[in-house]
Design a protein. Sequence first.
Length: 229
Amino acid sequence: MLEDIKILSDLNLYSITFRIILAMILSGLLGMEREKKQRPAGFRTYVVVCLGATLTCITNLYMFGLYENVDPARIPAQVVSGIGFLGAGTIIVTRNSRIKGLTTAAGLWCCATIGIAIGSGFYSGAIICSIAVLVIMRVLTFVDRSFIKYNKYIYLYVECDHSLFMPALIRFTHERDYSIYDLEQYPAINNLPGYMLFSLKIKDPQNRYRVINDIKNLEGCILIEEMGH
């Protein structure tokens, strides 16, 4: 048993094969979770990123064995900083100031560090971290939904004709005793309609979707979307 552990700890054909296979399995699990949600970076991207980070670390350890003056942490450090460029490509800021892809970008960065851990032979850390990331991506999604379910504040993006929608919205909020916060209005530009962003405090969080639907039916409303979903 101890001999097997030593084989996997040293840099040899068996340990290199094991590290690459482990990197494919762990990153594949994370990538599948993102793939199911149709995120910009899915199964293949996660696997390729993790394999690249793993091989980078293995190569660095190999060079360290050949040349004593090589810093074993130098090349992996560049992977951690360089992955930021790939992660930035998954982040999208929409017209309604909504940011998408942050979790995917963070997942790619974490996947690269998992690859570095595997390439270094730190198997336990890589496995535990992979499990933790999976739990965060799957379980905490339900926690977020539970929090939203009991939140009295709704943050809305509305495309509208301001001259018609604004009076209708004011009447609507006065009738139901709702409060508007952080209102931002943007006029129509060229062929694009005007839009506004605002927070609405309602009485009963359970009625949030009914409230959104009622606002959608107000005069002058073209499109409505709840932010953060």
